[in-house]
Design a protein around this ligand. Structure first.
Ligand SMILES: NC(=O)c1ccc[n+]([C@@H]2O[C@H](COP(=O)([O-])OP(=O)(O)OC[C@H]3O[C@@H](n4cnc5c(N)ncnc54)[C@H](OP(=O)(O)O)[C@@H]3O)[C@@H](O)[C@H]2O)c1
Length: 280
């Protein structure tokens, strides 16, 4: 499993297992992923599955140091004290005594307060690395230039229909590693039947899913595909091939220039996410 060094020297696997919307049988899915060889698991307080993820980790028998566990603080818990409280709950739910990566889930609310709390938790040895999610480049620049710790990771929507090449170049200037959520476009836009991806896949004896994942990895973008299907989970780990420059370019040219999943710049999205409560 390839890894990338974050700006503070912490090593993060380039490929991990996503758990968004996995509630039913989450423990078994994560357990199977770990058995297959996944070593990074991505969860969030807003996924309501941290406890199940924690149980799978605990039962796996894998040494804690070999695992990389990511979670995220939700908008409702933005701010210094709220984030300290939310982190404590996350750690308790996961049954861990430290987290590898903690992210600000959405760019709303008092996330500067959250960031200072996360810096403190990192100083206290309770988090190994900190980052953000769904931050546009100008927000990454703002946080990087107005805090002691530039964000180490930005987890954003990145797939062949939304390569965000310019955004990635901007955040990299601050040592921020792009990590793709929705690397398979959540299965939308007929990604698995896309003619360009299936044609390239056939020439490598691979699937469209493997091509989409490899394309991100090959341009230095970490990926966290989700699957509740054992065969798919295994397939997503088998990426031992190389795309040519021409293939990379053909895939990048599938760019449709906007997200069909969520638009963080839209007022309606901001309202919806800010108003979505995950606890009393
Ligand atoms: N920070 C954020 O705001 C944010 C937002 C969204 C997601 N995320 C994180 O990113 C992770 C990945 O993104 P995502 O869950 O939205 O979507 P995704 O990984 O892009 O797509 C998941 C979909 O792809 C299918 N799939 C997976 N592997 C496949 C394969 N080899 N062949 C065919 N179909 C395949 C899955 O179906 P099957 O189950 O049938 O395989 C599922 O329907 C999440 O789980 C979560 O951890 C973060």
């Amino acid at each position: 499993m390839d890894s990338i060094k974050l700006s503070n020297g912490v090593s993060m696997p380039m490929l991990g297992f996503g758990t968004f919307m996995i509630k039913q049988d989450c423990e078994q899915h994560v357990a199977d992923a770990l058995k297959l060889g996944y070593r990074l698991v991505d969860t969030a307080s807003a996924y309501f599955n941290e406890a199940a993820v924690g149980r799978a980790i605990s039962a796996s028998g894998i040494t804690r140091g070999e695992l990389f566990v990511t979670s995220k603080v939700w908008v409702q818990d933005a701010g210094y004290d709220n984030t300290l409280r939310a982190f404590e709950k996350t750690l308790r739910e996961l049954g861990l005594d430290y987290l590898d990566l903690y992210l600000i889930h959405q760019p709303y609310g008092d996330y500067y307060g959250s960031w200072r709390a996360m810096e403190r938790l990192m100083d206290d040895g309770l988090i190994r690395a900190i980052g953000v999610s769904n931050f546009s480049p100008e927000r990454v620049v703002d946080l990087a230039l107005n805090s002691d710790t530039p964000p180490m990771v930005d987890q954003i929507e990145l797939h062949p229909f939304l390569p965000q090449t310019d955004a990635i170049a901007e955040i990299r200037k601050y040592g921020c590693v792009p990590q793709a959520w929705g690397p398979l476009c959540e299965g939308q836009r007929d990604i698995f039947g896309n003619p360009t991806l299936t044609e390239i896949a056939a020439s490598h004896g691979k699937t469209a899913a493997q091509i989409a994942l490899k394309w991100n990895l090959q341009r230095g973008v970490a990926v966290i595909p989700r699957s509740t299907n054992h065969k798919h989970r295994a397939e997503n780990l088998c990426l031992d091939f190389t795309l040519t420059d021409e293939e990379m370019q053909r895939i990048t040219s599938l760019d449709i220039g906007h997200s069909e999943i969520i638009d963080h710049r839209c007022a309606h999205t901001a309202r919806q996410l800010i108003n979505w409560k995950i606890h009393d």
